[in-house]
Design a protein around this ligand. Structure first.
Ligand code: SF4
Length: 682
């Protein structure tokens, strides 16, 4: 069987694949992959049922008519060139996806940041973990994930903040549960909702929405009061002072709060895992830093079984970060705002026009599409007309854009239907490259099926447009050559003192790339068991970690008599994003078959909603009609709805039409879990 990697979550499980018939696939967990050691979750197990050809885009289309590749790529190149000539490089944009392979991401960033000369290239990873990136950079001086998955098994206390790990990163949850059975690991879940993960915890803290900073400031103050602080950290005094002065309410019962503080303070081996409940917030970066502060202040970082740990939602959010996939990043964890870094990359790329400042982050990028500042847009492997907050406005913006190209495996998404040029993309199991999971392990994805019709990999399309725009340096023979270039550039980053350096792979042959085993970076430096910061060395100018003084702030959208409910959104166990792939597997659709909203019994009674009736959830930006699930998993005045469905007829699931587009001021990440909404029978 052929070794590859699951295309869903950031756990990055290894899979063994064997073709079965024309478009079938046998899928097994890879016992030799360090992320999963043979385990798979329900989504990974059903991968073989999702590779059918039905609904696939098989030929380029221009204005709905079949075209050949040269016509389609030439038209994109021409429209981009004309738009840039008339309105400047900021008038064009790329919007990418954490589903893309690292090599695809690398080419997109090189094209925009080095040759078009704009950093208007952002990604749906902005919705996933941009707040973590900003928090890491503030505290560590680089976007470095300190720990490794083994820490989850070596910890005595695992604290999960804003993470329904049992459903969203199931194999990591399985690893924690297995360790718990042997070493008695204590598990605390901090989540306003009693998720499946919270139900299995030793302690569930149903925190008030948005109160994470208040809680971790309580913890920092308790650590200071009880004498647990260590030295060597910049900003410790100010952070502790700020923590002590924070009067934000946690919404927790005093006994639960006291138990948590006591447990965290007296447990040395503690890992704090955080995910979208932390990141997707108008104060997401502060929340991240409130968590990092507690680990930095106590030296509980960089050693086995201890540290803060961001788990990413997407399969290659980390690889995207490594190539600078966000509008405020440069390649290889170099800084767009640092002239020396820009110059080094420009020289390496022989770039004629380097972007000199950060570009538009996702929400702002689509606002710029809406008001006409961005006139030519290329969307790759994502569906922003459904998944961005205030999705109705985003859809209208894309519909009004002068020129839109979309690359995808299907033409049946809301965004693809608005495209002037549609490009058929090779899907998972049809393309080759690398991805990086949440603990910095780089793994190969390998092609085992032929792409249908004229479908091609993304790097090939991007390079084709770059060449037709007249740019040199885009003539790779395949993903191995792109990987070598990326690895060579990382050596320059390493020489400039950055954390990301895989230059040991820069001379890898095509054959060795084909055979490449999963490896965790940094591969050229000796680090304690694959962890960062155990040696006390950080990437700040003085080499010391920085604690950030933070104060809790409530969610931006205030509850009002018209909008008295707080809307929380998230994933369900068996679906992925907008179900383009998982929706094809009958057994995955059996888990939860239609869009729903969880409502507390007291709210259902007050709102006149009976179980399984339909309810309209409405905010100032849009509405959705959902099946009512009456449950005390949610607290009064809080409701929960999943993000996967996109339908137009009731029950409709376009929940991001309801989510407002308020963002964290530092990370630009939208507050997807705290909209103020009304709820009424439909
Ligand atoms: Fe795939 Fe994530 Fe499940 Fe692993 S845990 S099989 S990466 S969806």
């Amino acid at each position: 069987m052929i070794r590859s990697t699951c295309p869903y979550c950031g756990v990055g499980c290894g899979v063994l694949l064997a073709p079965a018939g024309e478009s079938g696939l046998i899928v097994r967990g890879d016992p030799d992959h360090p992320a999963n050691r043979g385990r798979l979750c329900s989504k990974g197990t059903a991968l073989g049922e999702t590779v059918g050809r039905s609904g696939r885009l098989t030929t380029p289309e221009i204005h709905g008519r079949p075209a050949d590749w040269d016509q389609a790529l030439s038209l994109i190149a021409t429209r981009f060139r004309q738009t840039i000539a008339a309105y400047g490089p900021e008038s064009v944009a790329l919007y990418l996806s954490g589903q893309m392979l690292t090599e695809d991401y690398y080419v997109a960033n090189k094209l925009m940041k080095g040759f078009i000369g704009s950093a208007n290239v952002d990604t749906n990873s902005r919705l996933c973990m941009a707040s973590t990136v900003a928090g890491h950079v503030r505290a560590f001086g680089a976007d470095t994930v300190p720990g490794i998955y083994d820490d989850l098994e070596e910890a005595d206390l695992v604290v999960l903040v804003g993470s329904n790990l049992a459903w969203c990163h199931p194999v990591l949850w399985q690893r924690i549960e297995a360790a718990r059975a042997t070493r008695g690991t204590k598990i605390v879940v901090i989540d306003p909702r009693r998720s499946v993960t919270a139900g299995a915890a030793d302690l569930h803290l149903p925190i008030a929405p948005g109160a994470d900073v208040a809680l971790f400031n309580r913890l920092l103050a308790a650590l200071a009061d009880r004498g647990f602080l260590t030295g060597g950290v910049t900003g410790l005094e100010a952070a502790v002072q700020s923590a002590r002065a924070d009067s934000g309410e946690t919404g927790l019962a005093p006994a639960d709060l006291a138990r948590f503080l006591d447990l965290w303070c007296r447990t040395e081996k503690v890992v704090t895992v955080f995910s979208q409940g932390v990141n997707q917030s108008s104060s997401g970066t502060d929340k991240v830093n409130a968590i990092l502060n507690c680990h930095l202040a106590t030296g509980r970082i960089g050693h086995p079984g201890m540290g803060p740990f961001s788990v990413t939602g997407q399969p290659n959010a980390m690889g995207g970060r490594e190539v600078g996939g966000l509008a405020n990043q440069l390649a290889c964890h170099l800084s767009l705002e640092n002239p020396a870094h820009r110059a080094a990359v420009a020289q390496f790329w022989q770039a004629p026009r380097m972007a000199e400042r950060p570009g538009l982050k996702a929400v702002d990028l689509f606002r710029a599409v809406g008001d006409g500042r961005v006139k030519a847009l290329w969307v790759i492997h994502t569906n922003p007309a459904v998944t961005l907050p205030e999705a109705d406005a985003v859809r209208a913006a894309i519909a009004a854009c002068e020129f839109v190209a979309v690359s995808d495996v299907t033409g049946a998404t809301d965004t693809a239907r608005l495209a002037h040029v549609l490009l058929p993309a090779a899907a998972w199991a049809e393309k080759s490259g690398t991805v990086t999971n949440s603990d910095r392990t780089i793994s190969r994805q390998r092609a085992v099926l032929a792409p249908p019709g004229a479908a091609r990999p993304d790097w090939w399309m991007l390079a084709g447009v770059a060449q037709r725009m007249g740019f040199d340096g885009f003539d790779w023979s395949g993903p191995a050559a792109i990987f070598r270039e990326h690895a060579a550039l990382s050596g320059i980053a390493g020489a400039l003192g950055r954390d990301f350096d895989i230059s040991g792979k820069a001379a890898i042959s095509d054959a060795d790339y084909d055979r490449m085993e999963p490896f965790r970076w940094p591969s050229t430096a000796v680090r304690q068991g694959g962890r960062f910061f155990g040696d006390g060395q950080y990437y700040t100018p003085d080499g010391r970690p920085r604690m950030i003084a933070v104060t809790s702030t409530p969610p931006q959208a205030a509850l009002t008599p018209e909008h008295p409910f707080r809307l929380n959104t998230g994933r369900i166990r068996d679906q992925w994003h907008t179900m383009t792939r998982t929706g094809q597997a009958p057994r995955l659709n059996q888990h939860l078959g239609e869009p729903f909203v969880e409502v507390h019994p007291s709210d259902a009674l007050r709102s006149g909603l009976s179980p399984w009736s339909l309810a309209e959830v409405r905010s100032t930006s849009g509405n959705a009609v959902l099946r009512v699930v009456v449950t005390d998993r949610v607290r009064p005045r809080q409701i929960f709805a999943p993000l996967h469905w996109t339908g137009e007829t009731a029950p409709t699931g376009r929940i991001d039409a309801v989510v407002s587009a308020v963002t964290d001021p530092l990370s630009g990440q939208p507050e997807s879990k705290a909209a103020a909404v009304s709820l009424r029978p439909w």
